[in-house]
Design a protein around this ligand. Structure first.
Ligand code: GLY
Length: 363
């Protein structure tokens, strides 16, 4: 088992590895009740481990299911869940444990942020995507018809349990999509340890070797922990560098119809960002080729399937809630032997055309 600390006030630990879920009891020992929020499929597999650990620690625990899918991330689910927690008698000193992927983590995390003006939350992510990204850093939110994640709060967990065993049962495509965020860390300036594992042990990663995955997840979490520790509420631009590859990815997801999961869209978005950086002479061709090869080694897509309309994608990218007006991209810039990432606003049309061409979108 590996332990990564997120250095905030108060700090919290992310436990990564086989058997992490069984540590739930020690995280909440001394509390009266813990509400395990989950979804039916996930709970069938993993709730018994958590419940047993909580009962062994003398904590009253029960499971509260929400529906599957992004459609469940609504204020209606929050309302329903809060009522059920109140009926069960959950009080301010008690805790919520989010057992599932991003939908559960976001929704249960937001409920924990507002229920009784805030109760403790443990994040127990069961997908690769949630283990390396969503469960770390305290972002919680639900959707409105007007857009994704529009109602939310920063609410840091008291601990995160990323159990490698939960990854064994993920559908192949969902697992591979999670590697899109891992690849992003590998290509970030802080991600040398992630890159080393990917470059030397891609076969073990793709075969889901538990020991390799534990090191890979821990190294990825360490990158996110460092960035969140430096800029917890995305105020200085440091946390915004986590959006490397995400401007096009969000647009592809919003426009829809390209059948890309989030992590797959991020992989394509990374190629797009690199090509944009290349056209702006921030990085050379060797860097772009090296990054693309790393994505390919993880079996990730590097082109948009189908024939998307670049004008529509540009319109959506301009409306991105993180863009603060105009078009904003997090792009690499070569500096000495490495790269740095920073925000670039409103690149010229020639550079955008080159970036679209790099991911198979013809203007
Ligand atoms: N997923 C980006 C962040 O947590 O800031």
């Amino acid at each position: 088992m590996e332990r990564v600390t997120v250095e905030l006030a108060p700090p919290y630990d992310v436990l990564v590895g086989d058997g992490a879920l069984a540590e739930a009891g020690s995280l909440v020992a001394g509390r009266r009740k813990v509400a395990i929020v989950s979804q039916a499929g996930v709970a069938d597999f993993h709730a018994p481990t958590v419940t047993t650990a909580l009962h062994a620690a003398g904590v009253d625990a029960d499971v509260f299911l929400i529906d599957d899918g992004e459609d469940a991330k609504t204020l209606a689910t929050v309302d329903d869940l809060c009522r059920r927690l109140a009926d069960w008698g959950l009080l301010r000193g008690d805790a919520v444990l989010a057992l599932g992927g991003g939908v559960v983590g976001d929704t249960a995390g937001f409920v924990a942020a507002v229920y009784h003006r805030g109760v403790a939350v443990v994040q127990a992510p069961t997908t690769l995507l949630a283990q390396v990204d969503a469960a770390i850093g305290g972002k919680t939110a639900v959707n409105l018809p007007q857009g994704k994640n529009l109602v939310g709060a920063f609410h840091q967990p008291i601990g995160v349990l990323a159990d490698a065993r939960t990854l064994a049962t993920l559908p192949p495509r969902e697992f591979r999509a999670g590697l899109g965020e891992v690849a992003k860390y590998a290509l970030m300036p802080e991600g040398a340890a992630v890159a080393t594992i990917v470059r030397n042990e891609a076969d073990g990663v793709l075969a889901r070797d538990a020991e390799v995955l534990t090191r890979l997840v821990a190294a990825s979490v360490a990158v996110k922990a460092r960035i969140v520790g430096a800029d917890p509420e995305e105020r200085t631009g440091i946390r915004a560098t986590l959006n490397y590859g995400h401007t096009l990815a969000h647009a592809l997801e919003t426009v829809g119809g390209y059948e890309l999961l989030h992590g797959e869209a991020v992989a394509v978005g990374l190629v797009f960002a690199d090509a944009l950086a290349g056209a702006l002479e921030r990085v050379d061709t060797a860097t772009m080729d090296d990054h693309r090869a790393l994505l390919c080694s993880l079996d990730l897509p590097t082109e948009v399937p189908g024939e998307p309309d670049p004008v529509q994608l540009l319109e959506v990218m301009q409306r991105d809630k993180k863009a603060s007006g105009g078009l904003t991209f997090v792009l690499p810039q070569r500096q000495g032997d490495g790269i740095v990432l920073d925000a670039v606003h409103d690149p010229d049309t020639r550079a955008l055309d080159a970036a679209f061409a790099a991911v198979g979108v013809r203007s």
